[in-house]
Design a protein around this ligand. Structure first.
Ligand code: GDP
Ligand code: IMO
Ligand code: MG
Length: 434
């Protein structure tokens, strides 16, 4: 098996969904390995637009095996609704498989996410989907897994054990209203019944079903700078979007991974609170937001915008094992007189090339920029690097020089047809592959 991991190299929304959709055309399976319905992945098939949240991007291509891995947190209600929405649009989702080891997002997780954000003086700006509280329970060994959800007797037992703790937290800590056992049990055991046919041991499935020369895309959600270990903690999500997270969250060994593709937007965006050294709080930022339609796929929140940050990207590449870059949204920068890239930070008179852990230090950082000339041309139909204006080519060259990684693909629009591979993606040849 050959595995390719797709990670977001910034703060999310780099265009991972589109890249996974493109890569999976030549693959057999797609596995989502972390996060939950906090993600919003946009995919176009022709003129049809899909906004996926809980489902792996492979689901739009029904001949692919699409798997929700053990590292994912699953909101059963949201998942069932997303599947139904696709079914109503003529997409068959019966091939989906869900790891029995994945954790379930329960109503108390969603409630606690909202309550703790409201009570906090240091808001993260979460998506309020219950992600953090669900992962907390997983680590605290109080989580309910899919395998338990689909067995009503086991589910009843587990819910009876955990709910009193959660209600104490809701009422005692936050002054909220206790949740009703029977209401949750009735609703969620029904979800369990509906999801049961999709539930598998995903490791066994991959081992048994995929042949030796199969190709698997591991789909990351969020971005490396939102990683719980490596991101701008505590302004992060609660899982590991890094390359290593792919093995942990899919139950497949790292020996199967041949490449880690870092998806990089030609500028930077961020949703929610937290440091953003290259942020543009001016008309250039506003212009990029409007041109790039930078509003949350699910939450519709306006995204914060900034220049490309080679310091954050160097960190992302190092901690994630990124081997190649997929650069998206070059077209959004067309028409700017000049474009900047952060090459280093200066903290206490020292030049820093890797993202610091200490956010207090970061607050004092002066960002050192390299300024490049922009381009005016509409590049949205360019199909090769040669067809790009010289200044756009120089911009790409500068990125690869600063980051010391080759570019695998570049994109000049949100459609698959506007995303161009520069070199072959898969190492092993495969009979019958496109
Ligand atoms: P994801 O979460 O990483 O999958 O990314 P999102 O879907 O949340 O956000 C990426 C946004 O950029 C979506 O609106 C995409 O349609 C759009 N997009 C992706 N690639 C390009 C590109 O090359 N050019 C432009 N203009 N938009 C792009
Ligand atoms: P995709 O996969 C951008 C951000 C939230 C918040 C922080 C924690 O579409 O790139 P959470 O609800 O996860 O506890 O929120 O993480 N966040 C994202 N930002 N894209 C995402 O996903 C995100 N998922 C979470 O805005 O700052
Ligand atoms: Mg997104």
């Amino acid at each position: 098996m050959e595995g390719i991991v797709v990670v977001g190299a910034q703060w999310g929304d780099e265009g991972k969904g589109k890249i996974v959709d493109l890569f999976c055309q030549d693959a057999d399976a797609v596995i989502r390995y972390q996060g939950g319905n906090n993600a919003g992945h946009t995919i176009y098939h022709g003129q049809e637009k899909f906004a996926l949240s809980a489902l792996p991007a492979g689901i739009i291509s029904p001949d692919k095996l699409s798997v929700i891995g053990n590292g994912v947190v699953v909101n059963p209600q949201a998942l069932i609704a997303e599947m139904k929405e696709l079914n109503d649009r003529g997409i068959d989702t019966s091939g989906l498989r869900i790891s029995e080891r994945a954790q379930v997002i329960m109503p108390y997780h969603i409630e606690l996410d909202a309550l703790s954000e409201r009570a906090s003086s240091n808001r993260i700006g979460t998506t309020k989907k219950g992600i953090g509280p669900c992962y907390s329970d997983k680590i605290n060994r109080r989580g309910i897994r899919i395998s338990e959800l689909i067995d009503p007797e086991v589910f009843a037992e587990e819910l009876k054990k955990v709910l009193p703790f959660k209600n104490k937290e809701i009422t005692g800590l936050y002054g909220g209203k206790a949740l009703d056992y029977k209401k949750i049990f009735d609703e969620y055991s029904e979800y369990g019944r509906q999801l049961k046919p999709f539930v598998v041991d995903s490791t066994e499935l991959i081992e048994e079903r995929l042949e030796k020369n199969s190709r698997v895309v591991f789909e990351g959600a969020q971005g490396i700078m939102l990683d719980i270990d490596q991101g701008t903690y505590p302004f992060v999500t609660s899982s590991n979007p890094t390359g290593g997270g792919a093995a942990v969250g899919s139950g497949i060994g790292p020996d199967k991974i041949s490449d880690v593709i870092g998806v990089v937007k030609a500028y930077t965006s961020r949703v929610g609170s937290g440091p953003f050294p290259t942020e543009l709080k001016n008309e250039i930022g506003d212009r990029i937001r409007e041109t790039g339609h930078e509003y949350g796929v699910i939450t519709k929140r306006p995204r914060r915008i900034g220049w490309l940050d080679a310091v954050a990207l160097r960190h992302a590449i190092a901690v994630s094992g990124i081997t190649k870059l997929a650069i998206n949204s070059l077209d959004v920068l067309s028409g700017l007189d000049e474009i900047k890239i952060a090459t280093a930070y200066k903290i206490n008179d020292r030049l820093i090339k890797y993202f610091p852990a200490d956010l207090h230090k970061l607050e004092t950082a002066e960002v050192i920029y390299k300024t490049l000339p922009g381009w005016d041309e509409d590049i949205s139909s360019a199909e090769s690097l040669d067809e790009l204006p010289v200044n756009a080519q120089k911009y790409i060259q500068t990125i690869t020089d600063l980051l010391d990684r080759p570019v695998l693909s570049f994109a000049v629009g949100p459609h698959r047809t506007q995303t161009h591979l520069i070199s072959p993606l898969w190492k092993n040849s495969k009979e019958g592959a496109l």
